[in-house]
Write a protein that binds this ligand. Sequence first.
Ligand SMILES: [Zn+2]
Length: 329
Amino acid sequence: MRNWNISRQRYWGTPIPIIKCNKCGIITNKNLPVILPLNLKTKNNNPLKKNINFLKEKCIFCKKKSIKETETLDTFFDSSWYYIYYYIKNGKNIIDFKPIKYYIGGIEHSLLHLLYSRIFCIILKLIGLIKYNFPFKKILFQGLVLNKSFYFFKKNKKIWIEEGKIKGKNVIFNGITKMSKSKKNGISPKKYIKKWGADALRMYIVFVAPIDKNIIWNDLKISGCYRFIKKIWNFFNKFYKIKKIDTFNEKIINLENDIKYCYKNMKFNIIVSKLMTILNEFKKENVFNMVSILRFLRNLYPISPFISSFIWIILGFKKKYGYINKFNV
Ligand SMILES: [Zn+2]
């Protein structure tokens, strides 16, 4: 394992259970849990260092006055094992805990958090608290959304600037980088939600690339997703006119099976195109199978939840089959 500096000079975080005694030195604090005071104000310093109520502690050996450690643990420290805590805090036994099915995170977790989590797992197994060797069964690193970033110099200081505000300024193009607050190249979803709706934006993000690929932000194709949602709405508007039959369309059945496979394997971008093909199939025929219609909305729901659940309710499916997210496809 690589060396891991688990302490930081900040007060927010998990306290380190150590006390410093002038006579006995640095010793373990047996008065657990160590609880941090709330609502501390901080200005580039650690307010615990001046908080007498927090600092004072009796040394467990010489019983003289000693002080608590004021640094706290790195956030990775607790996130390496807290998924187990969620389980046991509800009264369940840690020995029954099974490894996490799917770990989804950014690539920056690949070396640190996953490594630390494994160490916690090995220790918990060594002391007999759990039975498994690996904390996570499957791992998925989601791609990053990248965007152009720009800066200019003011009194020799680098100032980052949004693309929309560079007009008339002598800016330097920094290249295409990860969206970040500091580089001012993030995109607010608000304007897209206002123009196209949250469903279209969400569908676009899913559709634009496989989940594990990085993408360069480009909003050109949102209108395509918006048009698809409009088509769905128009189709279901004329729903009452269409005749229902019991037989299934074989092509649609195959597409539904593909969607099932894609959901299982996190191939969300393919699901959108499969749904588009199914809608075209529906429109070709004047008759359709009710189960396929229900499945279509249910499969659309994770991608565009508003439109699908709205149609589900107004067509009376909620009364008949319950909530859309509970419907078994
Ligand atoms: Zn002491």
